[in-house]
Design a protein around this ligand. Sequence first.
Ligand SMILES: Cc1cc2nc3c(=O)[nH]c(=O)nc-3n(C[C@H](O)[C@H](O)[C@H](O)COP(=O)(O)OP(=O)(O)OC[C@H]3O[C@@H](n4cnc5c(N)ncnc54)[C@H](O)[C@@H]3O)c2cc1C
Length: 393
Amino acid sequence: MTNERSAIVAGGGIAGTATAIALRHAGYAPVIYEAKERGADERGVFLTIAANGVHALRSLGMDPARVLAGGFSTPTIALRGARGQMLAEVPLGGPETTTIRRADLYTALRAEAEAHDIPIVYGARLASVTAGSGAVTAGFEDGRDATADLLVGADGLRSRTRKALDPDAPEPHYLGLLNTGGFTAGPVGPDLAPPRGTMQMSFGRRAFFGWVTAPDDSVWWFANPPRKQPARPGEFTDETWREYLLDLFAGEPAGDLIRASDEMVGPWNTRDLRRVPVWRGERVVLVGDAAHAVAPSSGQGASMALEDAVVLGHHLRRQRDVSEALAGYEAERRPRVQKVVAYGRRSSNGKVLGPVGAAIRDAMLPMVMRQLHRKGDPQAWILEHRLPALAGC
Ligand SMILES: Cc1cc2nc3c(=O)[nH]c(=O)nc-3n(C[C@H](O)[C@H](O)[C@H](O)COP(=O)(O)OP(=O)(O)OC[C@H]3O[C@@H](n4cnc5c(N)ncnc54)[C@H](O)[C@@H]3O)c2cc1C
């Protein structure tokens, strides 16, 4: 007879795969239920796993060199003003900080889960959660169901688990910015060929824009066009979106990048979540974006999801009573993630200034950054966060 307890993980993204691996180390037998079909396209372009997220991977027993093999080191951001002038250099916690295509990270984490003998059921969209005595049952849209000792809601920004826990849970909040990005096949020109590994971020005249040269000399870029209304599904075709961006960045180097990009993604809407009051029930708990979506500008969404997994794993391993373990997880995680959410929202605000605000920002920012850095790295509390190992690498 096995002592192993069962767990349903709803969502096979970053939080879901990492948490399933953490559960495995905590003595559970997790099954991941992912809404999309195997091989479905992952939306988005690339993301950064900051030093704290890389460390969380290691705490989960994963070798970052293997999981992040498709990425490259990006230890610094060069922040530029509306005319392209350098405003400040922002360190990102050292050479371990890695930028990787979203699709490559998802594929690598799913492979890690499978290597831990964790089944992934694709095309299974969670529809309902029912608490029973000593167990929890998940109902899926296609009519099947599953019962386990624990259900982890890793089902992202529009989490069904969150709604099941609390019908009044907040809805994601549009931050007034669209998101888009792409990849060129090769180098573009001297203005756009910064040293490899330095993420260039420019406030631009009309929209925030970032780009970085990859080791193969292709340029990876993203942009955050401000817009009062979120983009509606189907509102833009690839062609009309390219035209919109070329108009927005007319006369700026970003236009050259957009023209040179074979591969473009977007637009999608930038959203975060206001405080989610209910993170858990007796046998149900939220992790990742389902609990605390942070604005992309914090560069911490994926890293926070990885940290959640480690902390939940520790509490479940230490405490056999599931409800007590979930309470311990929330008590440890909530203060930190809420601070990071607030930080992410502040950095998004700076991207939607008018021309006067932008001029003031460009004039003040270098001085403000110097002041902030006088006492050390102001992001150290985020980037230097280290969690104890749940498993050996
Ligand atoms: C443009 C952009 C840039 C970003 N840049 C960064 C960055 O630089 N650094 C960083 O750390 N983070 C970044 N993020 C955030 C990061 O991608 C997310 O925070 C991170 O992916 C959260 O992982 P998650 O697993 O919680 O959610 P997701 O990655 O959204 O995964 C949720 C999964 O659940 C599945 N799902 C949804 N509903 C259901 C359901 N009902 N049943 C079953 N499955 C379901 C989805 O298909 C998906 O696979 C960025 C986000 C965006 C949009």
